[in-house]
Design a protein around this ligand. Sequence first.
Ligand code: ATP
Length: 259
Amino acid sequence: MSGSLLKVAGVTRRFGGLTALDGLDLDVGAGEILGLIGPNGSGKTTFFNVITGVFPPNAGSIHFGGHDITGFAPPAIYRAGIARTFQRSRLCLELSVLDNILIGNQLRLTRGFIFNLLRRRRFADQYRAFRAEAVDLLATFDPPLARRIEEPVAGMPMILRRRIEICRALISRPRLLLLDEPSAGMTHDETRHLMDDILEVRRRLGGELAIIIIEHEMGVIERITDRCAVLNFGQKICEGSYRAVAADPLVQQAYLGVE
Ligand SMILES: Nc1ncnc2c1ncn2[C@@H]1O[C@H](COP(=O)(O)OP(=O)(O)OP(=O)(O)O)[C@@H](O)[C@H]1O
């Protein structure tokens, strides 16, 4: 497909004798929300790890924004415009909400230690601007949370931690956001709110942000995705609208356990 933001072709990743991804082809367009679904162990998280350079693929290619990023290390992939969240929360609990979000802003905090030491006013101006941006982003998700920006993350409930993690990913202004099971550890209502927030932030960013979401809650997938791809044993067994994939007999057999 020409004009894809992300184009994955024939990607294979093995761990010893296990083939976690097996010749996977997948395209994602700018502004598209793709649901990545499949049974446990089907290769979804491995796909994110391969895209973000945690594990290089054993075969195949990955193009992003027209550039070949196959085998790039995670910092280079992040600089190219791909940000992610993790299945298990990965925040620095003793740090404040603001510090956790600013960790995600390495891309735009270009100044080094010497600059920050010598040009303190410039550094302070930059810090204030990023702080305001973090407050604004947080306020889109949760205005009361934006007022708690100096508080440590420790002790905050899962929904707030998820919001902070998504803000940390978004502060670098990525073109592609990878969400690995954002509903994990949350109630249905909390998940619904979080999805509303994500859609609102995306709308505010002009709708150009593409998202790939791994999610076991089918209600979430049905509601927010434009298209779904279904994995089984590392292979893509089906692709299309949620309705189409949910009705596919192969998917029912593999994913829903229906014979
Ligand atoms: N670092 C690793 N070393 C060895 N095997 C791995 C590694 N990462 C993943 N695997 C294996 O690869 C397969 C795919 O795992 P993966 O975590 O990608 O599946 P998943 O679809 O995300 O599953 P879940 O829905 O349970 O998160 C599994 O058999 C898993 O045990």
